[in-house]
Design a protein around this ligand. Structure first.
Ligand code: G3I
Length: 333
């Protein structure tokens, strides 16, 4: 049958999140056959790439970028500023005291300049700021260290630094739960403010950590059209469909699921993937990329989230890299 990248060549690049271990063997084969874009799953994040003040660890990110160049794949860079996986040293001075706004802004600038500068011309899109909006509180801003030390303008500063480092890269704000009414509205308000201030933001990433139960087509389309109304591109940046219902699981300490994939789950997942790609194609021109988060069901971050050691089956390729029924629904249209 057709590959993903062939089926979507007139629509958008199809990407996949990769770790260095995926760059050889059957996974590398799958990546280069099926996909047209890759994203480092962890290797470009602040902590992994900048473990100490005067030391960058470029090896993994360099290897991923070199693999992309060798195989003609685009690279979506992920990410330049996130409260998670940021190194502790970033926010403290030598005595362990919290740094001032000026020092933190300087560190952000140096970091963003170094990372976006190194991959200038090789990374076509950057997730500049990741997950800055909280899920439930009334505030638009998550109370992260960046927010607490710098204030709300850390977001626009990050975009400005990224734009200075690579003026040709497209710069994105990236978040999850973008289909819930409350968070959608807060993200919209944030992006609207940034646009009104002429901050160089070009797109919004809908992560797409969804499930076989959610979102509905209507909720997803509402997010796409509302964000696009600001003149922004929309990319689906971290797509996967857990076979478990999300909300009650998230609060549970221990899963009651057995980790077994049932025929009912497969049927629901197939229908959900078909629905989603129907929506993505309908918004051709607005949706400029769809990236899956991990290569196959053999190993996915969801195997340990929201509870450890519960196997999940969220992707289009199974544990033996074979096409799942959803694959056919995605490529035959
Ligand atoms: O590399 C270390 C290893 O040295 C150590 O022994 C081991 C013990 O815990 O941890 C390893 O690091 C893990 C890392 O993944 C690499 O495997 C971290 O613990 C683990 O927390 C980390 O998880 C990543 C997670 O982001 C961190 O929040 C996932 O792989 C990655 O898929 C996930 O990706 C995020 C996106 O960046 C943003 N959106 C949500 C998405 C899913 O959480």
């Amino acid at each position: 049958s057709k590959t993903l990248k062939e089926a979507y060549k007139n629509y958008f690049p199809i990407g996949v999140a990769v770790a260095p271990r995926n760059l050889s063997g059957p996974e590398a084969e799958l990546i280069t056959t099926q996909f047209s874009s890759i994203t480092p799953e962890n290797s470009m994040k602040m902590g992994p790439i900048h473990p100490e003040p005067d030391r960058y660890a470029w090896e993994q990110a360099d290897a991923i970028v070199a693999f992309a160049q060798k195989n003609g794949l685009k690279v979506r860079g992920h990410n330049l500023c996130w409260h998670n996986q940021s190194p502790k040293w970033f926010f403290t001075d030598n005595d362990g005291k919290q740094v001032t706004r000026e020092v933190l802004l300087d560190r952000m600038k140096e970091h963003i300049n170094a990372v976006a500068g190194r991959y200038k011309g090789k990374v076509y899109v950057w997730d500049v700021v990741n997950e800055a909006v909280p899920d439930t509180s009334e505030s638009i801003y998550r109370k992260s260290k960046f927010y607490e030390i710098i204030g709300e303008d850390y977001i626009e500063k990050a975009f400005e630094y990224a734009h200075a480092a690579d003026p040709d890269a497209k710069l994105f704000y990236n978040d999850y739960n973008t289909e819930s009414a409350k968070k959608r509205e807060k993200i919209y308000q944030l992006l609207k403010k940034l646009k009104a201030k002429n901050v160089p933001v070009h797109g919004v990433g809908l992560q797409g950590h969804w499930s076989i139960y959610e979102p509905t087509a209507a909720d997803l389309e509402k997010s796409i059209t509302q964000f696009a109304s600001l003149g922004l591109e929309v990319q689906i940046t971290e797509l996967d469909l857990s076979v478990y219902p999300k909300e009650h699981e998230r609060r549970a300490k221990k899963s009651t699921d057995e980790g077994v994939l049932t025929p009912e789950m497969v049927t629901k997942q197939t229908a959900q993937y078909k629905m989603l790609f129907d929506v993505f194609r309908k918004h051709k021109g607005t949706i400029t990329s769809v990236t899956f988060w991990n290569v196959s069901d053999k190993s996915t971050w969801l195997d340990n989230f929201p509870v450890p050691n519960r196997k999940d089956y969220p992707l289009l390729f199974d544990e033996n890299y074979k096409l799942k029924p959803a694959f056919k629904q995605v490529v035959d249209f």
